[in-house]
Design a protein. Structure first.
Length: 477
């Protein structure tokens, strides 16, 4: 633990000037923050290196950031018998020399271990899932101009549609799509189905549709154009873009990606959460802007262990998030339609109560009429000034203008957002805020999940065309 630079100017005001205390003297070789000063002043008479007393003091507080303990330093303080290091690492201390001179050395033991482990997991997720990189992508306005962040298969386009359409066997079942799938999708489908765009003259005779993007609006107007349609296979987990009731009325089966994305989305949610909590992306900016050397260490983030996490929606994603955060020592509560008898987490049926009982609120519910703006002004106020919100579900589950206002006015502390109300457009005020990490709806994007979702979609179409039960049906409530 290092002192903040802002505290260092006046930071070795020691109490040795008063000379009246019975408290044992402690040599302070490092600048101290106010918190350190008040804790130490209560127990010791603090002695500065410039004090005449310093050469007769037996104990000293040192820090790897400021003090190299070598023979020269030990010669300066010949009475020293004990050195207490403010960090865990003692690579700056010549332990052999201390031993030879009878100077005991102590460090902070395992005090930092969990925090460092949390941070390491945060960094790992950040790098593996490119959280900080994609926050830059969003802040630079590239989501709007270039589309999805280039994470792999989903962004690639199939450039040779015409030749595929021409070369595929006519006997293959016809599947229409609105948004063109990735090259991987096209390649995997090409031997099994005849994939055609909505603009194809044959599209009206398709009885199956691939809904690839998650944003194609499958409503009655669109369905009217495909009178023979009996099956819509979505490559997404969320199907808020599909009018399920209308599909039910028309006898159209709907399938989604099932639980293919759940673990990757849960990893991402934890990555975002640690990122915001431990300020990883913010401090990456700090380092890149050259501020570390001019302004000193960055502001502290908070410890994750013991924090209360409220999960809105304990489906397969929410459950996977809860399981991961349990391992960090978080206390989990949740809101869902009904309590889940299989989990021991606390069920809080009212969202304002859940927010009031949480340090971090994670939104992982499906977007429905009931969950539209489920996180509103009252909920954000209940979460409070120290509260953090993470959203990996759908943007419209949060009242976005209200969220922006609360963040800007310090009514909540921070947010990690992978989804937005009007993607890819993000309010300018949000982009300008420091206390947020913004990524372009990519929590599902891993090459592994992309490969699995292709197989799920194929299996659903095969089952449908064979007249068998589909694999991952979506049922309207
Ligand atoms: O957001 C992604 C999905 O619903 O699959």
């Amino acid at each position: 633990m290092y002192a903040f630079p802002s505290h260092t100017a006046a930071s070795i005001p020691t109490s040795d000037e008063t000379q009246t205390s019975d408290l044992p003297p402690l040599l302070v070789l490092r600048p101290l923050s106010d918190a350190w000063l008040s804790a130490l002043n209560a127990k010791f008479t603090l002695v500065s290196p410039s004090s005449p007393l310093s050469s007769s003091v037996h104990a000293a507080l040192i820090s790897g950031a400021y003090n190299r303990v070598d023979p020269a330093l030990l010669d300066q303080y010949p009475s020293l018998r004990c050195l207490v290091n403010t960090g865990a690492g003692v690579n700056h201390i010549n332990l052999e020399e201390c031993k030879r001179r009878g100077v005991q050395v102590a460090n902070v033991g395992e005090t930092h271990s969990k925090n460092v482990a949390d941070y390491a997991v945060g960094l790992l997720l950040d790098v593996m899932r490119r959280i900080t990189m994609s926050d830059r992508y969003v802040r630079n306005g590239l989501w709007v101009t270039r589309g999805n962040y280039p994470l792999g298969s989903k962004r690639e386009k199939y450039h040779n549609m015409e030749s595929i359409e021409g070369s595929v066997q006519p006997v293959l079942p016809l599947v229409v799509f609105i948004t063109q799938p990735s090259a991987d999708f096209m390649a995997a489908f090409s031997t099994k189905f005849h994939l055609i765009p909505a603009s194809s003259p044959f599209s009206a005779s398709a009885c199956a549709m691939l809904e690839y993007s998650g944003f194609d609006c499958v409503d009655s107007a669109l369905l009217d154009r495909y009178p023979l349609l009996r099956c819509v296979v979505s490559a997404n987990a969320g199907v808020d873009n599909i009018d399920l009731e209308e599909c039910r009325k028309r006898g159209i089966l709907v399938t989604n990606a099932g639980q293919v994305f759940s673990k990757d989305v849960a990893d991402y949610a934890v990555g975002l959460l640690i990122d915001v909590f431990r300020k990883i992306t913010m401090s990456d900016r700090y380092v890149r802007e050259g501020l570390w050397s001019t302004l000193g260490n960055y502001l502290l983030g908070s410890r994750l262990g013991g924090k209360r996490v409220g999960i809105v929606g304990l489906g397969s994603i929410g459950s996977a998030i809860a399981k991961r955060l349990e391992a960090f020592g978080c206390k989990i509560s949740y809101l869902s339609r009904k309590p889940k008898p299989t989990v021991s987490y606390r069920y809080i049926p009212n969202i304002c109560d859940l927010a009031a009982e949480s340090d971090i609120l994670v939104v992982s519910c499906a977007l429905t009429k009931e969950t539209h703006h489920i996180v509103n002004k009252q909920v954000l106020q209940a979460l409070g000034k120290e509260g953090i919100i993470i959203n990996i579900g759908r943007g419209a589950s949060i009242d976005e203008p209200e969220l922006v206002r609360c963040l800007a006015q310090g009514e909540i502390k921070g947010a990690g957002l992978d989804v937005f109300e009007h993607e890819p457009n993000i309010p300018k005020e949000l982009i300008e805020l420091e206390n947020v990490v913004l990524t372009p709806h990519q929590s599902v994007f891993t090459p592994e999940a992309m490969a699995e979702v292709i197989q799920i979609c194929i299996a659903n179409f095969e089952a449908f065309f064979a007249g068998k039960p589909v694999i991952t049906p979506v049922v309207a409530d």
